[in-house]
Design a protein around this ligand. Structure first.
Ligand code: NAP
Length: 526
């Protein structure tokens, strides 16, 4: 499939006329063909109007049609073959094996949502029988189900050009919910976005669904994204990226005549607690595993462990020495974009200048362009609590070790930090009492709590939570990964005394969709 540099507005390929932009190969430090035409508000209006027109026919189509659409998108992405991987590699400098794995995750995610759509539990079909004889007042027949919210605007992330982008978790869960999707392509992987966008466009056409079920916009600068969030047809937004970008979109959404939710996944430093028993028994093994996690994918994971908490004591130095030694062997590698590499360099140099912070290791220099040199820092809890910048995420292969004089100080740091995607405990049975002191705080702070693992690596499954309190996300009630991600794009509707002929199928007495339903407060399997 050829990359043309066009936007995909419904079933059409449209050339933007508001300037031009090109993708960039960070490893070769050069622009990549072809030139893309940037769109403006005219194209945003057109894509959103088509999405609004498509909403009712799409959501009211049989669930089987929706499930097959998701599967067809997955099949079409696989059919793109090596061309997709090669383009994504050129645009992101991510290794081939990593991108192949990410493609597997992307199509697996689409198929998971297809099976979820068929199974129908997300409809939350609930029936309360009428009680005409009830005194003093009779009760009506009340039936409820969830319906999609409406067209969704999606902003893909730079660090997952497939799994968190055009056909990533936001798009898959929104389409599964019954919402048309308008994607704003990430400028760091324009060609990859077009290829995947065309795979979705073809699947929509082959399914016989309205063209407005999917559109892909390309813009130069913030204007197109701002217009997308502000458009009255858009009823919800999924975003992964910087805190600044996420907060800007949340503010636009809140100021609309009709405010809408923005599910923005933004910033997390993922605290990593090494408790005394684990430190005594496994200091070196934990330290080397931690360095692998920090430097994996040039540290470009939102779940990167950017903060380590250790207790003072005889084994503290064993951990620090082993981590410093392991990190010093890691080479500088190319980052996703020149902008991200510059932001990393600035963040690390600023940290180096802070009072009370020691630089304890750095990786090996290399000639790689747009590269990041791994770096490890150390401070103590008092300094950490007194220096606000130490809590800032530095996106890349770096972390900060914070030493605590006792458990109370460790709990104090846990209490002080902002909301997180993850919190990790390295523990042995003798640490459980301390873990019990930390857990109530960690539950309030994080979306996922791990024991004896490393936070990088997010499984796509039913129980996954990739979310957390602000600034990890803008809405702590949601996850952007896993089956529960569909909940972001649904809302409940109750039908009171509607004649059977007018009720949605999911709520008919005979349960024709064979759903698990709640009948008079009790679960009933068909
Ligand atoms: P970004 O700058 O926030 O961009 C993400 C998307 O949002 C892009 O499509 C961008 O397009 C758009 N956007 C950003 N600000 C906007 C605004 N004010 N109005 C409208 N649209 C806006 O994130 P990034 O380029 O992926 O990475 C930059 C930084 O984000 C990294 O250094 C890192 O700190 C962080 N990051 C975090 C995660 C995470 O998982 N939490 C993932 C990746 C990156 P335009 O620029 O074209 O408007």
């Amino acid at each position: 499939m050829q990359i043309t540099g066009d936007m995909l507005i419904g079933g059409s390929a449209v050339r933007g006329t508001k300037g031009t932009l090109r993708a960039f190969d960070p490893a070769r430090n050069m622009e990549i063909e072809p030139e893309f035409g940037a769109g403006g508000t005219v194209e945003v209006d057109r894509a959103c109007e088509l999405a609004a027109l498509a909403f009712d026919p799409y959501r009211l189509a049989p669930l089987e049609t929706r499930a097959r659409l998701l599967e067809a998108i997955a099949d079409n992405i696989v059919a793109l073959g090596d061309a997709l991987i090669e383009r994504a590699q050129a645009e992101s400098a991510l290794p081939k094996a990593r991108l192949e794995g990410e493609r597997g995750r992307t199509v697996g995610q689409l198929r998971l949502f297809a099976s979820l759509v068929r199974e129908g539990r997300w409809l939350a079909a609930t029936l309360d029988s009428a009680m005409p004889e009830r005194k003093p007042l009779p009760r009506s027949d009340l039936r409820a189900q969830k319906i999609p919210v409406g067209p969704v605007g999606v902003f893909g992330a730079s660090n997952f050009p497939l799994a968190f982008s055009v056909a990533g978790g936001d798009t898959a869960s929104a389409l599964a919910a019954g919402c048309p999707v308008v994607v704003k392509a990430h400028p760091a992987h324009l060609g990859t976005s077009e290829l995947v966008g065309r795979a979705i466009q073809k699947a929509v056409a082959d399914s016989g669904l309205p063209e407005g079920v999917f559109s892909l916009l390309v813009g130069a600068g913030n204007e197109i994204g701002e217009a997308l969030v502000a458009h009255p047809a858009i009823k919800s937004v999924g975003f992964t990226g910087s805190r600044r970008g996420g907060v800007a979109l949340v503010n636009i959404a809140a100021k609309r005549r009709e405010p809408i939710p923005v599910f923005a996944e933004m910033s997390s430093i993922n605290p990593f607690f090494v408790l005394p028993g684990a430190l005594a028994k496994r200091a070196e093994a934990i330290a080397t595993g931690f360095v692998e996690s920090v430097t994996l994918g040039v540290g470009q994971f939102c779940t990167n462990p950017g903060l380590v908490l250790l207790l003072d004591g005889p084994h503290k130095q064993t951990f620090i020495d082993a981590a410093a030694k392991a990190l010093a062997q890691k080479g500088a590698q190319t980052m996703l974009t020149a902008g991200i590499a510059n932001a990393y360099k600035d963040g690390v140099s600023q940290r180096r200048e802070l009072n009370g912070v020691q630089s304890i290791a750095q990786g090996q220099q290399s000639d790689a362009s747009c590269s990041a040199l791994p770096a490890l820092f150390q401070t103590n809890a008092m300094q950490f609590l007194a220096t606000a910048q130490l809590e800032d995420e530095i996106f890349g292969p770096t972390s900060l070790i914070v030493t605590c004089s006792d458990i109370a100080e460790m709990v104090k740091v846990a209490e002080y930090i902002e909301g997180q995607l993850t919190a990790t405990l390295q523990i042995e049975p003798e640490d459980y009492e301390i873990a019990r002191q930390l857990l109530p705080t960690l539950e309030r702070k994080a979306g996922r709590i791990l024991a004896n693992g490393f936070p990088t690596g997010v499984e796509v499954c039913h129980a996954m939570v990739h979310g957390g309190p602000y600034p990890a996300t803008s809405d702590a009630r949601a996850t952007s990964v896993g089956a529960m991600a569909i909940e972001r794009f649904l809302r409940p509707v109750c039908y009171q005394d509607l004649p059977a002929a007018l009720l949605p199928q999911a709520l008919h007495d005979e349960n024709p969709l064979k759903l698990l339903r709640i009948l008079d407060g009790k679960p009933v399997q068909a």
